[in-house]
Design a protein. Structure first.
Length: 240
């Protein structure tokens, strides 16, 4: 449950598919990818904005396409750059890192460090969404909660969050560490290496894109249920 010293942070690494004009040439012939799940996470930014508002938390978000540089991957990861940005000369890729990747990561780390200096614990929610079908395989979940199973605080929060969602709508299929492993390479995993379990709780929220792509009214219901359930799980409001 939340403590008096808890502070909240919401981030969204794949909030849009913008391409800075000077880098548009990198996507000549593959512009169509910008409109797909490869270009951005549909609905993730709207969810992040609503989460930040509900938690009275700062929001750090990017609307630059993940195809320019993947903010949710570590330096050196083979998918840090996409098919398009791999075309760029080495000095161009370095400039992209300096302009987009490093400032984003550093802003988040500075906020956490400041909170820890004030003896607060950070609860970080990273907002994402996932394509309903990947490589021909249907994803059997509506909401995914990703965490490190070795971190007790993250396990406990996700169990409470899952239960609170299902209490509100038993039709929703909530799965933990699906469709990805929570301890795989990503922003929350990188932050866990920097900040101890007692000080940092990092959860990646994944919502099925079928809602926002095909049923906006249902997506709004899922958004509201997910956020209300999180507040319940955190103990920041009474149970519904």
């Amino acid at each position: 449950m939340a403590t008096a010293a808890d502070r909240y942070l919401v981030t969204c690494e794949h909030g849009g598919n913008d391409v800075p004009p000077r880098y548009r040439y990198l996507f000549d012939g593959i512009e169509h990818l910008l409109e797909t799940h490869e270009g951005y996470d549909a609905g993730a930014l709207a969810m992040a904005e609503a989460l930040a508002n509900a938690l009275a938390a700062p929001l750090v978000a990017s609307t630059t396409t993940r195809l320019l540089v993947e903010l949710n991957r570590s330096l050196g990861h083979p998918r840090l750059y996409s098919e398009g940005s791999r075309r760029a000369a080495p000095e161009v890729r370095r400039a992209i890192l300096q302009e987009f990747y490093l400032p984003y990561r550093e802003r988040i780390e500075r906020y956490i460090e400041q909170a820890l200096a004030e003896e607060s614990r950070i609860v970080h929610i990273s907002s994402h969404s996932f394509t309903p079908v990947l490589d021909g395989e249907v994803r059997h979940a509506d909401v995914g909660l990703l965490y490190d199973p070795k971190r007790g605080g993250e396990v406990a929060l996700c169990k409470r969050w899952e239960s609170a969602i299902v209490r509100r709508d038993a039709r929703l299929r909530v799965r933990r560490n699906y469709p990805y492993a929570g301890a795989a390479d990503g922003l929350t995993t990188a932050l866990r290496r920097k900040f101890p379990e007692a000080s940092y709780v990092g959860i990646e929220l994944e919502v099925n894109q079928r809602f926002i792509l095909h049923d906006m009214a249902r997506w709004e219901e899922v958004r509201d249920i997910t956020i209300d359930a999180l507040q319940d799980a955190l103990g920041t409001r009474g149970s519904a």
